[in-house]
Ligand binder design. Structure first.
Ligand SMILES: [Zn+2]
Length: 249
């Protein structure tokens, strides 16, 4: 099932690329059919196989030879990998499938934030709907869901406070991203997720400083760091907390 989950993840990842490209421009997701943005040629089915088509075409459009961004196969691979890991840790029942879709949804949110510094309302709505479904499945399985609910609201409140205090840097999209993360992960993993976000942010800041690439006024989207922390915590949080407990006690 892990292998099948990864294949599913690759295909959903391919769809995410379409979403991330089209939604911010208010284009329809299914029309027109996938085409090369340079020459407009409609792509054939064998050009649309995740990752493999990119390798087969050596990263170029089959018609005009225009370079295709590395990001497309990377997103597909990452999404496939996420589905495999989630299948291992959470199974392939309702909870596992919903967490896979939630991970994809937030991955798309991060990529849109990276491209446009904005987060599309449709994606946030989808994220909240998935989070509510995850809470219902957990409740149905007999888990206590209060922790997940208050963590979601606490997360939203925390970011609101940071926005108030820092004036800028973070936007209202971040409130919703952390809200969704809180509802999905519950208290312990959300705390870990926020910690990992600050580690990622710190590493990024150090890298930018040491490379001397900082361009004064450029706004850095915060969403990708929140989502990065979330994905790490979702996939490896249980293991990280386990090791942490063993070191402490
Ligand atoms: Zn082309």
């Amino acid at each position: 099932m892990t292998f099948l989950s990864m294949i599913l993840g690759l295909c959903v990842g391919s769809f995410l690329n379409v979403l991330v490209y089209r939604l911010p421009q208010d284009m329809s997701v299914n029309f027109p059919a996938s085409h090369c943005p340079n020459c407009g040629q409609r792509l054939k089915p064998h050009h649309l196989v995740p990752v493999l088509s990119f390798l087969f075409l050596r990263g170029k459009c089959a018609f005009c030879g225009e370079r295709i961004s590395w990001r497309y196969p990377m997103v597909e691979l990452l999404n496939g990998l996420l589905y495999g890991i989630i299948a291992v840790y959470y199974g392939t029942g309702a909870l596992g499938i919903l967490l896979m879709l939630s991970a994809s949804c937030l991955l798309a949110v991060a990529l849109m934030d990276l491209d446009t510094l904005e987060v599309h309302t449709i994606m946030l709505t989808a994220g909240y709907v998935l989070a509510v479904l995850v809470i219902m499945v957990r409740g149905y399985a007999g888990e206590s869901v209060w922790g997940y609910m208050y963590t979601g609201f606490l997360g939203m409140g925390l970011i609101m406070l940071i926005i108030r205090l820092s004036r800028g840097g973070m936007g209202s999209g971040d409130i919703h991203i952390l809200g969704i993360i809180g509802f999905l992960l519950g208290p312990a993993l959300t705390a870990l997720s926020f910690f990992l976000t600050s580690v990622l942010g710190g590493v990024y800041a150090l890298a930018v400083l040491s490379l001397g690439k900082r361009r004064g006024s450029d706004a850095v989207p915060f969403g990708p760091f929140l989502v990065g922390g979330f994905l790490l915590s979702l996939c490896f949080g249980g293991t990280i907390l386990e090791i942490y407990r063993k070191l402490l006690f």
